[in-house]
Structures are given as structure tokens and as C-alpha cells.
Ligand binder design. Sequence first.
Ligand code: ZN
Length: 305
Amino acid sequence: MESQNSSDLYVWTDQRCPICEKKPDRFVGKRGGVSHREGLGVECEIWRCTSCSLVFPNPMPFPKNGLGQHYDVDADDYFKEHDTEGRLDGAKSLLERAEKILGHKGKLLDVGVGRGETLVAAKELGWDAEGVEPSSTFADYAEERTGLKIWREPIEDSSVPDNEYDVIVLAAVLEHLYTPDEIVRRISQALKPGGILYLDVPNEAGLYFRVGNAYQKLRGRDWCVNLAPTFSPYHVFGFSPKALKKLLAKYGLSPVYWNVYPGTSLVPSRGGVVGLLESAASKVVTGISSYGEMGTYIETWARKA
Ligand SMILES: [Zn+2]
């Protein structure tokens, strides 16, 4: 569901930094509605917590009808632009990496199962696997596809056992959720000592975002390109390497693998000269950002002490 252009569809609440518990102290820019080049979503103010560099809207627009307002769509529709075989191969190589780091297979929990590719791969490779998925659309789909146990509740309130899992996977999920601190706390609790968490998030301190924001400034706008709180893909919290390390450390998780990488360009191609220039510039940025920690995505494996 794209562009619900009404602020009435949201409850607006003061948002503190969930990691530092402080009020965000640097204004980054406006995002959405009249402050979006295609008018998507509703206008928000995006702020940064300078203690950890996390970025997020303040006030936070929370969907009045719950997460279903954003995500309650047919699973095939939601993922139709993704290639299923590719996702399954990706899931398999992720689990092979898990086995290498851990030294063995074991019990796995996939948080936010989507269409269930990670669970399908886990089952095929002989892991003991379960999923957590609050959306009944996705939970039904994954359960039917894999026959595995799906906990139908948000991870932060979930009744999954403590000290139980060797591996927990949180792929492309954390940036979508409204309580990232609670989620990492609950995951750490559910891991066995020595167990490992995989997570990946966009790097909102990467070159793509820096150049995008500088470009808006050059055009005389107080807009930013961070996050997408009220339109697809609904990113509400924006991590940097610093913010993510601080959040992991808060719950006893130490990175044993850390990769900041360029990935594919985030800018969809658009017609016209400006569109062409924007997309060309974004390709250059994507290329350059493979240096240092300027890449557009962060992925890590972190171990519980
Ligand atoms: Zn902070």
C-alpha cells in the first residue's frame, strides 16, 4: 500500500533515541509528503542523536491501524520483484557462514520470516529451525511452505524460550521496527551463550545518504533522503556503524564479522535529464562507497558472551 497521504493515519509521539534514551539533538531534514520528489507518504522531521548517530523521525508517526497498515498485503505481491531462487541461494550461503562461525549446526530462529526462504534453506541443510512472524499473511504462507513452527507474535513480546538458539537471523528487519532496542534485548536473551546473531541494515551514515542530503541542500531544500517512515519500504530507524555497535554492545553482543558494503544503488531510475543525472551520480557514489565504512549497507554476525 503506497502513499497514504494523510497524517490522520498516524499517531504522532515524541521519540527519544532508543539506544541512548535521549532526545535527538540534530535536525537532519524533512522527509515525505510535500518534502518528497514524488510526494510519497506524509511529511516527517528526521533527527539525529549525536551520542550514537542513530537517525529517526521526531515525532514518530506510528500507523494508527498497527503494522498491518503498512504490511498487510499478499506475500507474493509484496515480494514479487524479488527473485525466489536467488533468495534461496542467498539464504543457503548465509547458513553456511553461520556453520563456519559456530563450528556446527544447531537451533535457528528466523525473525521476520517473510516468504520463508531462510526456513526452507535451514530445513534443507539440516538445521532445527523456527520462525517469528507477527503478520498472519506471512506466517500462514511460511508455515504452509515449510511446516515449521512459527511464533505468531512480535519478537519483543514473544514467548520464545531464553538461552535456546544457536543462531538468530534478523535480515532486513530492524530498520522497519519501532522498538529496535527491545528487539535486540529480547534476541540476546533468546540466544544461548556463545550463540550468534546475523543482522543487516542500511548504513544511513554512508556516502549515498551524505551525497543525497548535500544535493538537497544545493537545491535549496531542507529535505533529506534518510529513511521512509510513511511510504514503502517503511524504514523508521536509520543505523550507522557507530549506532549499531553501541546497540549490540548494550546487550552483550560482540561482532565477530563486520561488513559495510555498497550493494546496489538505492535510487530507482527516473525519466528526464535530472533523473538521468541523479541515477548516474548514484552509481558513482555506489562505486566509491566500497571504500572505508561509507557503503550503503551494514551486515554483521555478533556473538553473545
Ligand atoms: Zn543515541
